[in-house]
Design a binder for this molecule. Structure first.
Ligand code: NDP
Length: 478
């Protein structure tokens, strides 16, 4: 088969890709060897800034299929018919580690989904836990700093982590999950995904429902202990990539079942907690899981960098029939995520093939760095115009929210119950799970000053006396 000619980036054929152009056989190199300069300069620009959080990731394409009718809750086009299929992209990640971090570190896992719907991309940018460490966006940068490298030692600091957690009692629920078996899943296929925040749905009658999204793994939960993970990490740092990529190449397509929990608007006060507090779940007994559909991952990316590293998920990408909620962390993320992508990738990051909607896109944003793919009617480059440019569609406006209240800064910590839900979780664990929880915490606390340990013990005690006793005993056995 005839091979294609190598060209420069401007398309001219290249005569020699082995030997620099020199004066005589020993050099020096001529500046006019522009292809050499292009090659070296291009290499210097091969990286884009890695994500500050969720830098290490694994992803694949898939299909979402509706199995159950939820049109009574939402008019979102993606859910409008049982059997309907929508192409999608998933990216999983750890939170704290950098791009080259080992895959099997104990950490929360990102679980980000992009559904290419007929009415635009719907991104659900969640985690493998239904809750988070903090409930106010003011706390997010501080929380992340406490998980990242110490500025002087450049080593992650157990002292910083436990200092922050012990001073933010709302974190105890997520800390318990992180230190439990689900804090170290064996592969991305062996974990659930949660939208985590409360979102909203609205139907064609204009009725709003608060909603939580749950993707339950059909592969079952599986996890590593810290000891097993250390061995696994010695074998390979890329075990998640190997597992996910390999399974899809072999045709063993991983699947998740989508469920929702529903709370009708107006019933917020019937719930004993703030339903928009990201550190709390909605108990299944009160808000039962309603089956919606099935997600299957079935196609690997052809180019990891182009399709997974440059994939850009935004919680702000919603479609008619799906909306936000007053969840403060969600509101913070609505700013942070698109801002991160504009910084990392560029103004037109949503024109990249992986991020581009698969439905028509018509807007009036202009110019900027690499505005590829932008097609405009040349005379209709502003709005309103008389030249047939795209116009708004008031029929897709969401029903009005009924927020009322006094503007202020409310300290939710004073009235919030941080302990009963972690207690319910603790009580779900059998004796072996509890034992692993205690040992994971004890080893994570190594080297932490006693004053901080004791402050945290106070929180374990309030969750359950056995919790504190168990951690103390495990510390003695280290
Ligand atoms: P349920 O018993 O009805 O639900 C328990 C949930 O906990 C199930 O979704 C189950 O997920 C999950 N679970 C089981 N074992 C573990 C574990 N080792 N680590 C983390 N999650 C686990 O009770 P409630 O709804 O009243 O919740 C009780 C507690 O369970 C909560 O306080 C919360 O900590 C935790 N939880 C609750 C969830 C919710 O949305 N209500 C979701 C996840 C956890 P699975 O079915 O996949 O095994």
């Amino acid at each position: 088969m005839a091979r294609k000619r190598l060209t420069t980036t401007s398309g001219a054929p290249v005569a020699d890709n082995q030997n620099a152009k020199t004066v005589g056989p020993r050099g020096p190199v001529l500046l006019e060897d522009h292809q050499l300069i292009e090659k070296l300069a291009h290499m210097n620009r091969e990286r884009i800034p890695e994500r500050v959080v969720h830098a290490k990731g694994w992803g694949a394409y898939g299909t979402f299929t509706v199995t159950d009718d939820i049109t009574r809750y939402t008019c979102a086009n993606i859910f409008n018919k049982v059997g309907k299929q929508t192409e999608m992209l998933a990216r999983f990640s750890t939170v704290a580690g950098e791009q080259g971090a080992g895959d099997v570190e104990r950490d929360v896992r990102g679980f980000s989904l992009k559904f290419y719907t007929e009415e635009g991309n719907w991104d659900l940018v969640g985690n493998n836990t239904p809750i988070f460490f903090v409930e106010d966006p003011y706390k997010f940068p501080d929380f992340i700093h406490s998980q990242k490298r110490h500025p002087r030692t450049n080593i992650r600091s157990a002292t910083a982590m436990w200092d922050f957690w012990s001073l933010c009692p709302e974190s105890i629920h997520q800390v318990t999950m992180l230190m439990s078996d689900r804090g170290l899943p064996k592969t991305p296929m062996h974990m659930n995904g949660y939208g985590s925040h409360t979102f909203s749905l609205w139907n064609d009658k204009g009725e709003r429902f608060w909603v939580k999204f749950h993707f339950k793994t059909q592969q079952g939960h599986d996890f590593y202990t810290n000891e097993e993970a250390a061995i696994e990490m010695g074998r390979s740092r890329e075990t998640y990539q190997e597992a996910l990529f390999g399974a899809i190449e072999r045709g063993e397509f991983p699947k998740w079942t989508l469920f929702i929990q529903i709370m009708p608007e107006g019933e917020e006060d019937k719930f004993e907690h703030n339903p928009f507090d990201l550190t709390k779940v909605w108990p299944h007994g009160q808000y039962p899981l309603i089956k919606v559909g099935e997600l299957e991952l079935n196609k690997n990316a052809e180019n990891y960098f182009a399709e997974i590293e440059q994939s850009a998920f935004n919680p702000s990408n919603v479609v008619p029939g799906i909306g936000f909620s007053p969840d403060k962390m969600l509101q913070g993320r609505l700013f942070s995520y698109p801002d991160a992508h504009r910084y990392r990738i560029g103004t037109h990051y949503e024109s990249l093939k992986v991020n581009r909607p698969r439905c028509p896109v018509h807007h009036y944003h202009r110019d900027g760095t690499m505005p590829f793919g932008l097609t405009t009617n040349p005379d209709a480059y502003y709005e309103p115009n008389s030249f047939g440019g795209p116009v708004e569609d008031p029929s897709v406006e969401e029903p009005p929210h009924r927020y009322d209240g006094v503007v202020g800064r409310y300290n939710f910590r004073a009235e919030s119950d941080h302990y009963s839900q972690p207690r319910a979780l603790f009580e779900l664990f059998d004796a072996e799970q509890k034992d692993r929880l205690f040992r994971n915490i004890a080893s994570a606390m190594e080297g932490v000053p006693e004053e901080i340990v004791e402050r945290q013990m106070g929180h374990f005690e309030k969750v359950h006396p056995d919790y504190a006793v168990g951690v103390r005993d495990a510390r003695k056995k280290l």
